[in-house]
Design a protein around this ligand. Structure first.
Ligand code: GMT
Length: 376
């Protein structure tokens, strides 16, 4: 198939899933055309069957807000026509599915261009429910030829919130278990933990919904029992407050802020435990990546996370904001080698058996064919 993929090409779960989906599909022989405003971050150049089409937004003094949505629609129509795309697959409803709808309408007189929208979470739970976007988000889902959701929880939430009647197919997020695997590099680990300390890791876009300050508090609690350090990977508005909190708690030397990083698999696999204390998480991709590396996650019981983590088996689930519970679970893992071993293996096994690319990517392929056959 010839597939156009649009996403936010920045550091965010939806962009990562879209990029890795494109790479996996290209590996399986499909022609993939990324149509975005920048080259997606995890897209290394020179991969066969991967093409990149930049969306340029020209500005004009009259525009207080450059109309990206329109430039994107024009580029989608142009690429679809030039490369005879079979379908568009857009990630994150706003504004991508509206641009896809426009592109579809622009080509209507010559050809049919179906589009699929994948809902990722904040496009529904935060942005979509904002009154200024509510009606257009609902419309965009209703007009999509196919809609998928990255968890059952998000599917249910979408139907309840927007009252849409469409069939929304749940296709969970996935991880490449070759790229993400338990791979300790003693040299790298000792850069972060030179005296044999235990290592916690957190990865996110540091938005308030991630509750990154909780990570610093959890480390402070854990350190009452175990000598441990914390790696903070990513950047965003809560980084400054988290750095400040680390200073206030006197553990600034034990928390390392690494900023945005590519190849996070090399970092995750050096850690012992992943912290994901989020207020909301429709799936929790970082936890899945950690599980594939054999790093058990200690996370919150929110959104789609219980579909990924089985509490007490391949990770731990705790209430949001409950620092005592989360730090107790981390401490248990760090002080009970038998528990750690069991959970680390179970985490890796869950990633392999339930969320591997081999299991999930064919679901997308089958869904594409279903949508294409529905059109003809
Ligand atoms: O979490 C974010 O703020 C980023 C957001 C995105 O759309 O990029 O992540 C969402 O999509 C990820 C990939 O499908 C999911 O793993 C995250 O759980 C989801 N985030 C939230 O629901 C808060």
């Amino acid at each position: 198939m010839k597939i156009g993929i649009t996403c936010y090409p920045t550091y965010g779960g939806s962009g990562i899933v879209a990029t890795e989906l494109g790479l996996e599909l290209a590996n399986r022989g499909h022609d993939i055309h990324f149509i975005t405003y920048a080259n997606p971050i995890r897209l290394d150049p020179g991969v066969p069957r991967i093409h990149y089409h930049e969306v340029e937004v020209s500005n004009y003094p009259l525009f207080q807000y450059p109309p990206y949505c329109l430039s994107l629609a024009s580029r989608m129509a142009d690429v679809a026509e030039s490369y005879r795309l079979d379908l568009l697959h857009v990630h994150y409803a706003i504004p991508h599915s509206i641009s896809a709808l426009l592109a579809q309408q622009m080509l209507e007189s010559t050809r049919r261009l179906p589009f699929i929208t994948t809902l990722h979470g904040t496009d529904i739970t935060l942005v979509g429910v904002d009154p200024s976007y509510f009606a257009i988000t609902k419309f965009s889902i209703e007009r999509s030829d196919g809609a998928t959701s990255i968890s059952e929880d998000l599917r249910r939430h979408t139907i309840e919130t927007f009252g849409v009647q469409n069939d929304i197919r749940v296709i969970h997020n996935f991880v490449n278990c070759e790229t993400y695997q338990p791979r300790r590099d003693p040299g790298r680990r000792s850069e972060f933990a030179p005296h044999g300390e235990k290592l916690l890791i957190h990865l996110s876009n540091f938005r308030p919904v991630k509750r990154v300050l909780d990570c610093v508090q959890i480390l402070a609690e854990v350190r009452r029992h175990v000598d441990a350090k914390l790696l903070m990977v990513g950047d965003g508005p809560e980084r400054g407050p988290a750095e400040h909190l680390a200073w206030r708690l006197g553990i600034q030397d034990e928390v390392e802020f690494l900023g945005k990083q590519n190849h996070v698999e090399r970092l995750i696999s050096q850690a012992d435990v992943l912290l994901m204390p989020s207020e909301m998480e429709s799936f929790g991709l970082a936890a899945l990546e950690a599980m594939a590396c054999g790093v058990p996650p200690v996370a919150t019981r929110v959104g789609g996370v219980p579909e990924l983590i089985t509490d007490g088996e391949d990770g731990f689930l705790c209430p949001v904001g409950d620092i005592a519970a989360q730090s107790a679970r981390v401490t248990e893992l760090l002080t009970d080698p038998a528990l750690y071993e069991r959970m680390s293996h179970a985490a890796r096994r869950s990633a392999e058996t339930r969320f591997s690319t081999g299991r999930i990517i064919p679901m997308y392929e089958r869904y594409y064919l279903e949508i294409l056959n529905r059109q003809s």
